[in-house]
Ligand binder design. Structure first.
Ligand code: CMC
Length: 463
């Protein structure tokens, strides 16, 4: 049989890619693995004791390795995965009790003030901050992928004019899988990196297109002479007949919002991406799964829900009514922008966001924003109220981000889209990492079945 040898697809796509090839070394060294510190012994009456290894990562609590339990005929029950580590990861670390958030070991406040979003993307995906030359090459690569296929434009036309931009983004991000499927080999590290570059480059374009479509304006193409945040503002607010003058303070604030949202360990949307990816699915389709999961008001949708709530409260004198509703267990209402599954002292992102919020409002000379008045007062009241204090419910990142975005002129329905845009690098970094970890397996949780026992089907005449 004649064997054909094809040039590597990457070499066809872009011969210069080889220059930036990513070293696929994750989890290949012994020091990347957790150490075993001992055993926990599980005693089930009438059964032999079960020895379960206790593992310790670089930082964070010890973890009981329960993988053997299933073989012994037991499952564990943990709704919401409150006590479950689903994977090993080297990307992000959170200590919720101390209010610590690290990307690849770097504190979030330092990254927010000393780097920019594209440097953070490089860091999350590759593991180290870029030097000058690496950054220039990376930025250049991202810029060369900002355009989307013109056929994508016709996809937008299929959506209702008044579609929520998250609905549109979910659809068009998933549709990228149709454009880049045959060329996708998830076991090829260079193609995985190209996927990450494409996503980081195209998400602002798609996000801005979702907005332009919803207001009936023509799409504005990316301008690669601008930096990442400036370009997004340009695509959002310029028109073919009028340029948009980007305010550098606003662009910097937006870039900081991107950094603060870039990753957050194994949250609902990242876990959705990992779960979808565990079956070997196309990565763009996995990102669409992440976008869907992010949309809900308990997760990324909280920024939109929070601003709507502040507007609904409307004035400071109505705050007690809403505080009472948030405490009432018969009322499903919650104070959006308060509380977090992991942070129990403060959300370190919220501290940076709070400062940025004041910078933006000062720059724009906004002193009489009603939502801001309500937010400031609500924060004061909730932080002194026993219900919130005893449950460790503090303002989270979404409490302030909505106020900033609103001041910049971003419509409320776009808030979660911006979160999705920024989180895309986190999702794809986790997806990439899971392809390289030996322990990665198809995600397949079990359940406690509480339905009917086995029974026979009766003929319809006897039912
Ligand atoms: N308002 C009123 N009560 C609350 C709130 C809130 N925002 N958050 C939690 N509680 C109460 C809850 O009712 C429960 O009370 P009790 O112990 O009396 O039953 C207790 O606090 C613990 O809440 P939980 O629902 O068991 O906590 P969780 O870890 O499952 O939920 C959360 C975390 C973020 C979903 C929740 O705090 C919430 O719904 N917050 C509002 C939505 C929000 O702002 N989400 C954005 C999170 S930050 C962005 C991101 O990372 O996604």
């Amino acid at each position: 049989m004649v064997k054909f040898s094809f040039p590597s697809l990457l070499d066809i796509v872009n011969p210069r890619l080889n220059q930036f090839r990513f070293q696929d070394t994750y989890m290949s060294n012994q020091e990347d693995l957790p150490t075993q510190t001992g055993y926990a012994v599980l005693n089930i009456p009438g059964k032999d004791p079960i020895k379960l290894p206790i593992l310790k990562g670089t930082m964070g609590p010890e973890v009981i390795d329960i993988r053997e339990l299933g073989k012994k005929g037991y499952f564990t029950y943990d709704p919401g995965f409150v006590s479950t580590a689903s994977c090993m990861s080297r990307i992000t670390f959170i200590d919720g009790n101390k209010g610590i958030l690290l990307y690849r070991g770097y504190p979030i406040d330092q990254l927010a003030t000393k780097t920019n979003y594209l440097q953070v993307c490089y860091l999350l995906f590759k593991g180290e901050l870029p030097d000058k030359a690496q950054y220039a090459a990376f930025e250049n690569r991202v810029k060369r992928h900002t355009l989307v296929h013109t056929q994508m434009e016709s996809l937008f036309q299929a959506f209702r004019r008044d579609s929520h931009p998250m609905a549109v983004l979910c659809g068009v991000a998933g549709a990228l899988s149709a454009f880049y499927h045959d060329s996708m080999d998830i076991y090829d590290p260079q193609l995985r990196e190209l996927t990450a570059i494409r996503l980081v480059a195209k998400m602002p374009t798609l996000a801005a297109m979702s907005y332009k479509y919803s207001i009936g304006q023509p799409f504005v193409y990316p301008d690669n002479s601008m930096n990442y945040a400036e370009n997004f503002l340009h695509m959002m607010f310029a028109t073919p007949c009028e340029k948009y003058k980007v305010n550098p303070v606003i662009a910097k604030a937006l870039d900081r919002i991107f950094i603060l949202h870039a990753d957050h360990e194994q949250n609902a949307s990242t876990s959705s991406v990992r779960l979808a990816g565990s079956s070997g699915a196309n990565p763009y389709a996995c990102i669409a799964a992440g976008i869907a999961s992010l949309w809900g008001p308990m997760h990324g949708g909280a920024n939109e829900a929070c601003l709507r709530m502040l507007q609904q409260i409307g004035s400071v004198d109505r705050i007690p009514e809403y505080i009472a509703r948030a405490k009432d267990k018969n009322d499903p209402f919650r104070l959006f922008g308060f509380g977090h599954r992991v942070y129990k002292t403060f959300d370190p992102r919220a501290l940076v966001m709070r400062d940025t919020c004041h910078e933006v409002l000062d720059e724009l000379h906004i002193t009489d924003n009603p939502a801001l008045h309500v937010a400031t007062e609500l924060e004061k009241i909730a932080l002194n109220d026993d219900y919130f204090v005893s449950r460790h419910l503090y303002p989270n990142v979404d409490f302030y981000s909505g106020i900033i975005l609103n001041a910049i002129g971003i419509p409320t329905s776009m808030f979660t889209v911006i979160f999705a845009l920024a989180r895309t690098i986190g999702w794809i970094s986790h997806w990439n990492e899971m392809q390289t970890i030996k322990d990665s397996r198809l995600g397949r949780p079990r359940q406690i079945y509480t339905g009917r026992e086995m029974r026979n089907v009766k003929a319809m005449s006897r039912r």
